[in-house]
Design a protein around this ligand. Structure first.
Ligand SMILES: [Zn+2]
Length: 337
């Protein structure tokens, strides 16, 4: 029957269910449920009405068969009985006409429900098509975010988030300019940064609700300098910084890194063209992170950036490893948070 888009809806639903759960976006979710409910009601009604039609047709056929029998009687019997039989024939004809009228009424009702169903199904097809398109767009956005330079490939998350009493050490990279330091997603206007997320409650999230951006919310950090080195790939960017961060609050451990609720920069190697500044100390770092960034004002003498990427990395990693040892017992200056 061409009034029914059921097959197309089943196919679209199957296509939608093939998408990864975290990427599924139901367009017009409220309307979707409303349309689904209305469709269920209309289908129940059309089934009932068709069953009623079958009964009416049976009833009409029965009356017509009776009338036929009486008519045959009229032809066979004498005039006296014929009048009585003719009355039965007339009565049956009248009943048959009433039932036929009712059948027509039921047909009109079925047709009107079918029109409703087609219109609801058309809307459902549109919602499903839009949901699939929105979900696919989300998948593309996730892929794009993962390709972004300096963004960490964290790998799979472990099963549990940890609440470490002492800070967990991690490593990060930033780009910088006079305007300040920038992570992949946001500016850092202070060495201490708390994660933000448009979804509420218990950051960083581990249920995929915000996995649209890379691995989800939280301040990202690499577990080791080796992992960070793979991401940074030398210091070809003329203004880049790599540093040691202390991670606090809720920390989600991944294979290669962490996502944390709060991160504080503890030491920083800042590359400015061919110069290298090795920065440490909370006051100096706080001054460094407040724009405008003026390295020469901070009282740290620059070193020449070693000519080869390997040597440059060796200098930076030696500094950050030493800083990691020194900061093992570091705890936040804001223990109440
Ligand atoms: Zn989140």
């Amino acid at each position: 029957m061409d009034w029914d888009l059921g097959t197309e809806i089943v196919a679209l639903r199957a296509e939608f269910r093939k998408l990864p759960v975290h990427a599924r976006v139901v367009a017009a979710a409220d309307r979707f449920n409303e349309v689904q409910r209305s469709l269920d009601q209309r289908f129940a009604l059309v089934r009932m009405t068709r069953a009623r039609r079958v009964e009416l047709v049976k009833e009409r056929d029965w009356i017509l068969a009776e009338a036929k029998g009486y008519r045959r009687g009229v032809a066979l019997v004498g005039a006296g009985s014929a009048i009585r039989l003719q009355r039965h024939v007339d009565e049956r004809a009248a009943s048959a006409a009433l039932v036929a009228a009712e059948i027509e009424e039921v047909d009109r009702k079925i047709e009107s429900i079918e029109v409703d169903i087609l219109s609801l199904q058309t809307e459902m097809v549109e919602i499903l098509q839009r949901s699939i398109a929105d979900s696919e767009a989300k998948i593309r956005r996730v892929a794009r975010a993962r390709r972004q330079r300096l963004s960490l490939k964290l790998g799979d998350a472990g099963r549990n988030a940890m609440w470490s009493p002492v800070a967990v050490m991690g490593y990060r990279a930033w780009k910088w300019s006079e305007d300040g330091f920038h992570g992949v997603r946001q500016p850092w206007l202070h060495p201490r940064l708390a994660a933000a997320c448009s979804e509420g409650g218990g950051l960083p999230h581990t249920d995929g609700r915000c996995a649209e951006v890379a691995y989800g919310c939280g301040i990202y950090a690499a577990k080791s300098l080796d992992v960070l080195m793979e991401e940074v790939r030398g210091f070809s960017d003329s203004r880049v910084a790599v540093g040691l961060v202390g991670l606090e609050g809720k920390v989600v451990e991944h294979e290669r890194g962490y996502r944390s609720e709060i991160a504080t920069v503890l030491a920083l190697a800042v590359v400015d063209w061919r110069s290298l500044y090795l920065m440490e100390g909370p006051d100096r770092l706080a001054a460094l992170f407040s724009p405008p960034v003026k390295l020469w004002r901070l009282g740290t003498a620059p070193l020449p950036l070693p000519r080869t990427a390997d040597k440059a990395w060796l200098t930076v990693s030696t500094f950050l490893e030493e800083q990691t040892r020194r900061n093992q017992t570091w705890t936040s200056a804001n223990p109440s948070e």
